[in-house]
Design a protein around this ligand. Structure first.
Ligand code: AMP
Ligand code: ZN
Ligand code: ZN
Length: 400
């Protein structure tokens, strides 16, 4: 009889535990210290009602696609595959580019399991109002609902889209939803992180945060939804004076320049690899050159056969260019950029989480963005993949 009662209590508890809701909101390029400018009354209030980190450390390179994928898979970019915004598979002569929808939709580039796939496999419906990797064509690797990326969609349209999903009948309603805005990144590139234009974008996004809660209140869900606000990376000032033409330095070597500006990757002809490396090493000034396999451990940027043989990492604020890049010198390399050393504070993003699962008025130091995937698994009480780089114990304490 006792056993029977215990069983009854346990099963009652199981049924009584409502499944959580999480909205994961990304403000692209929102640097951690934008919150200290006195422009964010709404985020300040949310901060005091939830858990807040001093900064969110991105993975290297501190670029948009690599980091959105790190957040959603819990893996370093060289492990989840999207190690840059643009890269090549030299063995198949194929290219991944963020502005090529065929490449972006092709599941073969994504080696990690996104949280929406982990969740759907374990019975949780998910949706995405934009997130890199959410548009893959393979049904079982994408959210139940996914909007095709369109940067021109208004803020209201995006928020209403999310609210409409939450208004669906229980059995169709997603429990995990992503949402994305690029304003701070757009203005940060064009005008630099200290511009009035960036300040306007900060205010705009602070208002987006308020709108999300106003709308949640309208549908009576304000207190039942967990909302995580974060960014993929920060932003730093750049200038035309801090530009190095690497191709000029390597004249006559017939090297292939794959990625440039911040992270530069070079494929020299095989028999010239050592010579080219030594030349770059000899001239090392405002950048570091590495063989792919010798990139320092702390970047976690080696174990990927698609990364070209030579990797150049500039000092913060510097740009490394090929001749092609130099042609844009008159109208580029002003304003801001990111992609640099992820340990540099300018590259750090922000993190605020609020809702029934999170501690209230709790502040912590820097969190790692690869730890968010296991955190999400914990919130939903589902099994994470065991090949991830993220660690629950580095972040779990922000939960109630
Ligand atoms: P970047 O600053 O080069 O690292 O990338 C930022 C840009 O990525 C933004 O301006 C967006 O337009 C673009 N972007 C963000 N999400 C997506 C997506 N899901 N599909 C295509 N482009 C995207
Ligand atoms: Zn970004
Ligand atoms: Zn950017």
């Amino acid at each position: 009889m006792k056993k029977f009662i215990l069983l009854l209590v346990i099963s009652f508890n199981l049924f009584a535990q409502p499944k959580p809701y999480v909205i994961l909101v990304s403000f692209d390029g929102f640097r951690w210290d934008y919150l200290n400018r006195g422009l964010t009354p709404n985020l300040d209030k949310i901060k005091s009602e939830g858990s807040f980190a001093l900064s969110l450390k991105p993975a290297f390179p501190s670029k948009t696609f690599p980091n959105h994928l790190s957040i959603i898979t819990g893996m370093y970019p060289s492990n989840h595959g999207i190690y840059a915004n643009n890269f090549e598979d030299p063995f198949k002569n194929e290219t991944y580019r963020t502005n090529d929808s065929n490449a972006v939709n092709n599941a073969k580039w994504y080696w990690g399991e996104a949280f929406w796939e982990t969740a759907e496999r374990q019975g949780i419906k998910t949706a995405s109002y934009f997130w890199p990797g959410s548009e893959v064509k393979l049904g079982y690797r994408k959210p139940s609902y996914a909007e095709k990326y369109d940067g021109k969609k208004s803020h209201d349209e995006r928020i209403n889209g999310v609210i409409n999903w939450l208004k669906l009948p229980q059995e169709l309603r997603p429990r995990f939803i992503t949402l994305y805005f690029s304003d701070t990144d757009d203005k940060g590139h064009k005008f630099g992180p200290n511009s009035k234009e960036v300040n306007e974008a900060i205010k705009l996004l602070d208002n987006v945060a308020k709108k999300i809660f106003d709308k949640l209140e309208e549908i009576n869900m304000k207190d039942s939804v967990n909302v995580i606000f974060l960014s993929d990376h920060g932003m730093t000032e750049i200038s035309k004076e801090r530009v190095i033409n690497i191709e000029k330095m390597l004249e006559g070597y017939n090297c292939k320049f794959l990625d440039e500006t911040v992270l530069m990757t070079i494929e020299p002809p095989k028999d010239k690899l050592k010579e080219v490396y030594e030349l770059l090493k000899k001239n090392e000034n405002h950048y570091k050159v590495y063989y792919r396999d010798e990139v320092p451990e702390y970047f976690h940027f080696s174990d990927n056969y698609l990364i070209p043989s030579l990797v150049l990492i500039p000092e913060i604020g510097w740009n490394l260019l090929s001749n092609r890049g130099m042609k844009r010198i008159d109208n580029a390399y002003v304003g801001g950029n990111h992609g640099y050393d992820n340990h540099h504070l300018d590259m750090h993003g922000f993190f605020i989480a609020v809702g029934p699962k999170f501690k209230k008025n709790y502040q912590t130091g820097t969190l790692l963005n690869i730890d968010i995937y296991p955190l999400l698994c914990k919130i939903f009480n589902i099994f994470p993949r065991n090949n991830i780089d993220g660690k629950l114990e580095r972040i779990e304490y922000i939960l109630k």
